[in-house]
Ligand binder design. Structure first.
Ligand SMILES: [Zn+2]
Length: 201
């Protein structure tokens, strides 16, 4: 599994943000949702560890779960746009893709962040979106949607993390089981390694 994105992609898309600069700080991000139960679980862990994260949310799920959406914001976390219908940019015309993003954006007017679902976005889409949004990819993919072994999931993150890393978790049902077993522990271990957590971009 490629925990880190291939250097080739990072070279190809220099206007995307893959990693932040800065000393001993990391950015935890959660894609998808809001999702009942799962989001509430994540929020409770973040609150008990007193850290802030960034949530890349899907417009149609915000509409279904408005109270949870309000709670994410009330807890002080940063929100970002993840399209209205979780579209794959490689399989969608740029016009339709941008329209879908704008639909989600109407629900989060103050937002300036965008993360493409599946990390799949075309050069043309990047060109048109980067005028309005910071396009956030990642440095560390947790594989919480696929990995079943809690120790492996944790070690993948701890062994690959470095100053300025952007870590991706998922705020959906697929990742819930493994996050219940690992999320709090991962945060505690990262703190033990001297890292602090940022949600400012
Ligand atoms: Zn997603």
């Amino acid at each position: 599994m490629f925990v880190k994105p291939l250097a080739f992609f990072r070279f190809l898309y220099p206007s995307l943000i893959w990693k932040k600069a800065g000393s001993k700080k990391i950015w935890l991000t959660f894609d998808d949702g809001p999702t009942p139960e799962v989001t509430e679980f994540i929020l409770s862990v973040l609150k008990s560890e007193k850290i802030l994260a960034t949530f890349f949310l899907v417009g149609k799920d915000i509409l279904k779960n408005q109270l949870i959406y309000q709670k994410i914001k009330a807890d002080g976390h940063t929100i970002g746009n993840h399209t209205n219908s979780h579209l794959n940019g490689w399989k969608t015309s740029s016009k339709k893709y941008i329209q879908d993003i704008e639909k989600c954006q109407e629900l989060m007017k103050e937002n300036v962040l965008f993360r493409p679902p599946y990390g799949k976005i075309t050069s043309r889409q990047i060109l048109s979106l980067k005028k309005k949004y910071k396009l956030i990819l990642w440095d560390i993919l947790s594989y919480d949607f696929k990995e079943k072994n809690p120790t492996k999931l944790k070690n993948n993150i701890l062994e690959n993390i470095s100053d300025g890393s952007i870590v991706v978790f998922h705020n959906n049902k697929k990742s819930y089981e493994i996050l219940k077993k690992t999320l709090k522990n991962i945060i505690i271990e990262l703190k033990g390694m001297g890292y602090s957590f940022s949600s400012s971009w």
